[in-house]
Unconditional design. Structure first.
Length: 232
């Protein structure tokens, strides 16, 4: 996504932030732009507390003097603002391209409201993946064999030639969804395997999504919510 679009989304997202809110802060390049804007908002006197979904996000928030709460300290989370990797017409979402899926999912599940920021490339007819699956390193061959038996391809995520390690000390398998008919069911099946911590299929769907269409920010509302959305 172009930097300009990320900035447009960030500036539209800040309008959803109100004084006194506890905000879940997502992870990734789109959220990074939002946190920059939030930092300016706080500097200008806005009062908010953040709950970070990754060490990287926490470090950025700290640099910008955005007050942070741990999940234990937060008595509530009003709103999470985060990026996504894919979304379909039913608002089913894949996340975890940045490897923060577990914490992002926990914070999203605890948030009263979920707002995602996505450029047009993130909208798909059906979810094609890859589906990130966070696993304990010891269970790697067990999970890989399960996938092989199902003729589903998976790649161990790497960074700088070494296995990518999540903030929680786990590995990520990026699972190809080409041969998967029902992603919801498949994610549930994966979740039931010993050693699988979480998948990037987010059962908690967003209430709304901000996107850029023809140079303008548009708010799309979950199909089950009757609040129209529209240009921002
Ligand atoms: C991190 C995520 C990100 O939100 C997702 O990968 C989108 O990233 P970006 O905003 O860089 O496109 O899920 O785990």
């Amino acid at each position: 996504m172009y930097e300009q679009e990320k900035t447009m989304l960030a500036e539209a997202a800040i309008k959803h932030v109100k004084n006194g809110m506890v905000i879940g802060l997502g992870t990734g390049s789109t959220t990074r732009s939002f946190i920059d804007v939030l930092g300016k908002w706080v500097k200008a006197g806005g009062q908010v507390q953040g709950v970070a979904t990754s060490d990287e996000t926490a470090a950025q928030a700290e640099r910008l003097s955005i007050p942070l709460l741990s999940l234990e300290e937060a008595t509530r989370i009003d709103l999470i603002i985060d990026g996504i990797d894919q979304i379909d017409q039913q608002f089913r979402v894949l996340k975890g391209g940045g490897g923060a899926l577990f914490r992002e999912k926990v914070v999203a599940l605890m948030s009263r409201e979920v707002l995602y920021l996505a450029d047009a490339s993130k909208f798909v007819h059906h979810l094609t993946g890859p589906l990130p699956v966070e696993i304990d390193p010891f269970a790697r061959s067990y999970v890989e064999r399960f996938l092989q038996d199902k003729h589903v391809d998976a790649t161990l995520r790497e960074q700088d030639g070494k296995p990518f390690i999540t903030d929680g000390g786990h590995l990520i398998l990026d699972v190809d969804l080409k041969r998967v008919q029902d992603v919801h069911h498949f994610a549930k099946e994966l979740k039931s395997l010993t050693g699988v911590l979480e998948t990037g299929y987010f059962e908690r769907q967003p209430d709304h999504v901000l996107t850029v269409e023809q140079g303008q920010v548009r708010r799309l509302v979950h199909p089950e919510l009757r609040d129209g959305g529209g240009l921002v």
